[in-house]
Design a protein around this ligand. Sequence first.
Ligand code: TRP
Ligand code: ZN
Length: 484
Amino acid sequence: MVSWPRRIADVPRSSVIVPCVLVLTLTSALTACGGGDDAAGAPGLGDPYFPKAGNGGYDVSHYALTLSYDPGSRKLRGSARITARATRGLDSFHLDLKGLDVTGVQVGDRDARWSRAGQELTVRPRTGLDRGETFRTTVRYAGTPETLTDPDGSREGWLRTARGAVALGEPVGSMTWFPGNHHPSDKASYDITVTVPKGLSAVSNGELRSVTTAADGRRTFAWHTAEPMASHAATLAVGAYDITRGRTKGGLPVYVAVDPSQSAASAKVLARIPEVMDWEAYNFGPYPFSSTGAVVDRPGVAGYALETQNRPFFPGAPDIGTLVHELAHQWFGDSVTPVSWRDMWLNEGFATYAEWLWQEDHDGDTADETFDALYRGDHHDVGGAVAAVDDKAVWAFPPARPPGPAHISDSPVYERGAMVLHKIRRTVGDDTFYDIVQGWAAAHRHGNASTADFTAYVEKKAPDKDFGEIWKDWLYGDGRPARP
Ligand code: TRP
Ligand code: ZN
């Protein structure tokens, strides 16, 4: 094993003081900013809420993960081959990886030195990388992956289930099962190839390219994602699933994996995936990916559903509103992805508004009624399940400015985010509103966007309207706006 025992303090520094615009921990600051070590990639991207998430100095284009998992021993083992381009000259660079044992790192076909500290895996190739150079890093690793607890107390990362495990990555859980540039701003294509014991299936993102069976009955599932994917939308579900494959009317492949205990309860709602997909494509524009579906495991695996790319994850049979929500995220969140975790409302506001629109189009409350009930603080009907919306919670903070990482999944991001969209709709009317929704999804398809990009886009689409009050009071303002 080649490891890199070198301490950060030994890294040569130039005397140039590089201005530090990133919010970083003290250790990180030594290598990233104050140290002025020009050739070291930054250990974080300076996300306002998750500063160490992701890494600076390179841009990943492809992950090839070759893994095996045995639920009996709980051991995951395998390799990650990461193709990236250096965005500056690099003598070393970081990857994010939490837990697990690294057994070797290569850059190109040469062994590289490496060291670990917390979630940072630092790699020092034999020869430096030039700015613009494309390089391939292979990390071999093994171990029992960890479950993480988010700042908000919810569990993510590697979650064990009755018969296997599920990997959920929002916001930072994907670093528990593969090393990478784990920030939504660096999207890449993926090949995820997973070997599991006889009788189990491995379900991931994208399309299933092949299933091969070894002499001992172990099966290898090869999944391919050609479209860019943010690492938090990557998933792996290992279990004794019932698998259903089909196609939408338009020919889009549908791949659904359900824990047998949930089959009866979820059959009816999952049969509506093609109908929901067609309705969403009609409202949001062409579907941005090459397949769809769902993974349904048992209730309690996680406390939330997640918009894992191509096939969202549900802990137990979803109701129709939750299905509509997670599939809407394929457009808003997975295809158009926020540049930072502060812009989470761009995901959740749209996905929540999709639920309101679905109700409006399916004999439920109109979006206007849902908005007004929320504004008044009444109980209202969300996706068929009656939810009490705490009027204080909705107004706790402005949707575009959650007060910290523990609040990115709170009610203002969801409900008040949807209210911002409804305010825009009331201002511009339905025709322009749907132009905005579809145009936004098209303009940033497979990319990243910020709240500032969004407000500028809306203003460009409706130049004769004044959005000043909506932005000031509804998007960025504290408390309940004076007028609905
Ligand atoms: N983003 C998920 C959704 O809307 C929900 C989610 C993910 C969540 N992680 C969370 C909700 C943590 C609360 C806490 O579908
Ligand atoms: Zn959501």
